[in-house]
Design a protein around this ligand. Structure first.
Ligand code: NAD
Length: 265
């Protein structure tokens, strides 16, 4: 693992970094010296305070934009705004994501389209719009936050599983195209990570099943995760940071599970 401010002078864009995994990755990149564009939905006052706190702690430029990435043209605007405010993107983390659970025959088309456009189309557009600059500078890191659901499936998550598998396919193809350019492209595939999203699911499931929180975590949420504990945001952020270092320059086109053994079953 590279130490110190090894990302000094680099510009990172982390989509969906107002919460959860993206927020943890953005913090880790800023602490390693990168100027960071936070992105995502959220209360403007809360996010502004988060930006100011991270900038004060790290001495780096930290900005924020709330582009709705399900909307046409918003990825283009986000990339342009990032370049204007802190510089052209060297490190692109495609992390923004949503979930929707339904039997396939009832799956609402608008939910299918939203999941696909946020997690697959936006990743494609962001890569499409940043690769030329990375090539010119001879260095780049593209990290797609996929999921174990980019490698294996679960029922009732057809849109999410399809989009995440496609994101892994995109990762491999882009990695091959860029293999000789100094740019790597990888997918991180977490199992259940303790984020605000998952905390909400624990509370909901506890209510539905009438079970205490600890049993819901072990028997419902983490049923498929052999370690029976959540992956923590900091662990995913540490992996992303490692992928940005020189020691990871030969890792490209990989879909790396961080899943407590889930995909070994
Ligand atoms: P989260 O809900 O905490 O954060 C999601 C982020 O995406 C937020 O910043 C939100 O504002 C942003 N976002 C949502 N809709 C958006 C839209 N229309 N336009 C722009 N931004 C939007 O989620 P998380 O748990 O941190 O998940 C982050 C990524 O990791 C997702 O791609 C998710 O699929 C993936 N992942 C999460 C887990 C987990 O257990 N939490 C496991 C595997 C993969």
């Amino acid at each position: 693992m590279s130490g110190g401010a090894f990302l000094a002078g680099r510009t990172a864009l982390v989509t969906g970094s107002t919460s959860g995994i993206g927020r943890g990755i953005a913090q880790a990149l800023a602490r390693a010296g990168a100027n960071v564009m936070l992105h995502g939905l959220g209360d403007a006052d809360v996010v502004a305070a988060d930006c100011a706190g991270l900038a004060a702690e790290t001495g780096r430029r930290v900005e924020w934009d709330a582009a709705d990435l399900t909307k046409a043209g918003e990825v283009e605007r986000l990339i342009a705004v990032t370049a204007e405010r802190i510089g052209p993107v060297d490190i692109l983390v495609n992390n923004a994501g949503i979930q929707y659970v339904s039997p396939v025959e009832d799956f609402p088309t608008e939910k299918w389209n939203a999941i696909r456009s946020l997690m697959l189309d936006a990743s494609f557009h962001a890569i499409r719009l940043t690769v030329a600059g990375m090539k010119q500078r001879g260095w780049g890191r593209i990290i797609n936050l996929a999921s174990v659901h980019g490698l294996v499936a679960s029922p009732y998550k057809s849109a999410y599983v399809a989009a995440k598998h496609a994101q892994v396919g995109l990762t491999k193809s882009v990695a091959l195209e860029l293999a000789e350019t100094g740019i790597t492209c990888n997918a991180i595939c977490p199992g259940y990570v303790r984020t605000p999203l998952v905390e909400g699911q624990i509370a909901d499931q506890a209510r539905v099943h009438g079970l205490p929180r600890e049993r819901v975590i072990r028997e419902v949420i983490l049923a498929a995760q052999p370690t029976k504990r959540f992956v923590e945001v900091e662990e995913v952020a540490a992996l992303a940071l490692f992928l940005c270092g020189d020691a990871a320059r030969s890792i490209t086109g990989a879909a790396i599970p961080i899943d407590g053994g889930w995909t070994s079953r």
